[in-house]
Write a protein that binds this ligand. Sequence first.
Ligand SMILES: Cc1cc2nc3c(=O)[nH]c(=O)nc-3n(C[C@H](O)[C@H](O)[C@H](O)COP(=O)(O)OP(=O)(O)OC[C@H]3O[C@@H](n4cnc5c(N)ncnc54)[C@H](O)[C@@H]3O)c2cc1C
Length: 1009
Amino acid sequence: MNNRRRQSAANFESRVREIGMEIFEHAEDARPQVWQKAWWLDRVMGLLDRDERLRTRAFQFVDCLPTLSSNAAIACHLAEYFDPERYSLPRAVHALFGTGWLRRWREDVVGRTARFGARQMAGRFITGYDMPSSIQMIERLRSQGMAFTLDVLGESTTSRQRAEVYAGIYMELVDRLTRMAREWPVIRLIDEERIGPMPRVQISVKLTGMDPHFDAIDPERSIHNVADRLRPLLRRARDRGAYVTIDMESSKHRELTFELFGRLMMEPEFREWDHIAIVVQAYLQEAENDLHRLLEWRGKRGSRFGIRLVKGAYWDAEMAAAVRQYAKPLVWTEKRQSDACFERMTRTLLENADLVRPAFASHNVRSLAVAIAWAERLGVPRNAYEVQMLYGMGDPLKAAMVRMGQCLRVYCPYGDLMPGMGYLIRRLLENSSNEGFLKQSFGLRASHDRLLADPAVVKPASAASPARFYQNSDAEEPMGEFKNAGNTSFTSAENRKKMLGAIQYVHGERGRTYPLIVNGQSVSTKSWFESVNPSDPEEVIGQVAQARVVDVDAAVTAARAAYLPWRMTRAIDRAQLLRKVADRLEMRRFELAATMILEVGKPWREADADVTEAVDHWRYYAEQIERIESRPRLRNLPGEDNMLTYSPKGVCAVISPYAFPLAILSGMTSAALAAGNTVVMKPARHAGVTAAKLVEILHDVGMPAGTVNFIPGPGATVVQYLIEHGDVNILAFTGSHEVGAGVIRAGAIVRPGQAFIKKMIVEMGGQNAIIIDDDADLNGAVQAVIESAFAFAGQKCSSCSRLIVLDEVYEAMETRLKEAVECVPIGPADQPSTLVGPLIDEEARRRVQDYVEVGRETSTVLVEARLPAECEKGYFVPPIVFGDVRPDARIAQEEVFGPVLSMIRAADFDEALDIANNTRYALTGGLFSRSPAHIDRAKREFAVGNLYVNRKITGSQVDAQPFGGFRLSGTGVKAGSPDYLLHFMDARCITENTLRSGLVPREEKSTVS
Ligand SMILES: Cc1cc2nc3c(=O)[nH]c(=O)nc-3n(C[C@H](O)[C@H](O)[C@H](O)COP(=O)(O)OP(=O)(O)OC[C@H]3O[C@@H](n4cnc5c(N)ncnc54)[C@H](O)[C@@H]3O)c2cc1C
């Protein structure tokens, strides 16, 4: 940096400091006083800030409060959330909530007080629960010289009806407010901009509130739907002279939001309209690119629009998402980086202030001082930009801005607390974040020097990895290097293109033949099975050779011959080969997913996740076998060495289902191979092509001939023969209970000449339930239920088929679910947005339709979705929900394996648990509840292999959520767990007497002494 530039930078910094100090001085005068509500609320927040756990519990309690209908329920939850016996809270809290006095207090007093407290807390950030109170509030803000933008709470809608209501409220708002605004006296500071009057009525809109499927996986459809709902509102705003800002939400919606904004604003009717704005988030590492793209687009459009610069409100969620996927975070990981980026973008925006109207949305004095200083230096007049702040945050700063003659706009959310909870929690987190400016400044009273320091030169924080923030401190260090593979992000246009390309490629392979592979050789039989596309059965995806008894015999013989050399191969070398398979699977992930989309009708995301899980299995068992091999042996005794070793069992027959054509097939095969067994693989009939591609990969990585033999064929012949074969040591089966029970029965017989007992690892179906408690987050629950019950047309063993709802929220859940099912995306699986694809074949369709008829006879149909025209050809059955189903009804007891959901009413939580447990199955189960006591009870008493609390019940992850059930669902084995491999091996204990005529080997002597 030369001297002149250095001097100029120093001058700029000193001006920033001056402005900052001025803001602080004005803000000091406007601090809340002890007689004001805000003062007391600050004290309460301060109390919570002292203890992280207390703060978390308090926010969780606030989150559940609006759902609690009675004072008794509030008192009960309060006691659960702050029970000192269960949570080690600070002493002050023990004293406050100690069981003694809480229990003695009358419930209604406690309930009322809690409700009052939470309302006060919410009321701090939300202008009102209804339109009149909000309008009153914005009029009050105007009387204090502050402009407003109104936001209707209601992001992430679950149905079209709700989206209509959301858009309708905005329409009404625009009408009412623009009428009223005519009477409002002009305040020049906020009502005029450089080029003319500034609309007094402004609204901020979230696009996820405009359609339940605002999803980047299918941008065209999403944009079409949201644009259709948005256009009338934009027209109304334009015609009435209101200003609209499109809020920016989490990063998965970012591209879509820009794309929609760009397209709509280029439409002739909106192209000239300049009272529209969009948001750019400086906490994203791509933020500056976003801004440059927008400025470039401004050139094409030719007319002005607004850009609100924010840091970003979803930092925690973005980080958690990145850490879960082992992905590089999209956001900056240090606060100073977001601040510095905000400052760089501030300058760019002000340099372009004659092209766009900048709005600087921040409560950070340094960020604002920089904006004002750049405006001064670049000669941008005060009416050409504005400062924006959130209602209820940094109020003294707002007053300071007005006193300093800055145009200040307050973001005013209004509406029901229930849909607004996400917003409220984000504000509570921001207010209490240790890194946040407001807490540093008003709470922790950091020095002005520190608060005004240039973030570009602030020393980096200690180099803690971002992942550490989210690690469970109680968890043990992971054993090895295993990391789950990441799913494909379909927010990326490139990935969508790859998937479309892969689908085309697989279409192009139509009719290809796939022979058997026995002892490394292709074997073509005379009999072929046509594996067809269930979305369009006229399309033959591949011709798969069908094994005869003689082929099964040959395969088992080959596997037996390959067994010894494979068993003798060092575990570390076997593991290396397994890892190579995982790498190849990843390389071919789009093609493999596309194959599943076309061969079994898996929707895009499900097919992609299937590949991910398959990759995980190969890597995980590679690591596990190394761990088992290197595990310390047993305790040695003086003069005696003890060792526990594991040996493979022999030949393993892998019999897998179509539901997870790659993942489950991979799971059983990789475990068998890792343990040192050889495999005879019999894939599901309808998934032969997918399986053949896995076998291709095994060949490519150099798996020795005979180690894996591929014998697709008719179950009745091949499976039966395998079960009975005297040379098959392990039967690894996943499929229906009906067939699984047969495997166990037949496999248990010790046949003449058979010198071992067959090991049976059998995973079967479920009748999985989700319980909806009376305090549940119904929005979240509806989304999870839809995915759990209907994704992949309910054909997963983990799918939900019973929804047990507590009486108190039954009707509310019914209404929401009905609305959501009516718009669930159904279609051919190759359409990106499809959630409900076809059933696997005509027989499956008929079977599910029979169950639907049984349901119609014994229960009432709550909602049955309509099949779109493009489903005419395939094996589709529309999702259907039966209401008030009796717990013992057939559809609530038998495994349907289709998009059929039974809603069951439970009087209370006890009954809900009884109903849930009252089946022969125990595979997956779910609970939506905000009651810590009920969650604890479910953990103890809900008898399922995989219990999910407050999330969907499908989509388990290797290592994180080992999968498998008990009762008639399975043998209690957990795939994807550290124990799984042990089922494929025999444990041997070897004890060696090391004493020789009284001579104790040296190492042992020392331990003895
Ligand atoms: C009028 C208005 C409208 C808004 N609209 C939107 C919107 O549409 N979309 C949206 O996402 N947000 C929006 N926000 C919220 C905004 O993004 C910020 O969350 C909020 O204003 C806090 O930032 P700050 O500059 O006021 O405070 P600061 O305390 O200076 O900054 C806090 C912010 O820094 C970032 N941060 C925190 N910790 C880290 C870290 N370790 N590493 C990197 N960065 C970190 C986060 O973005 C956090 O919110 C809006 C804010 C306002 C005032």
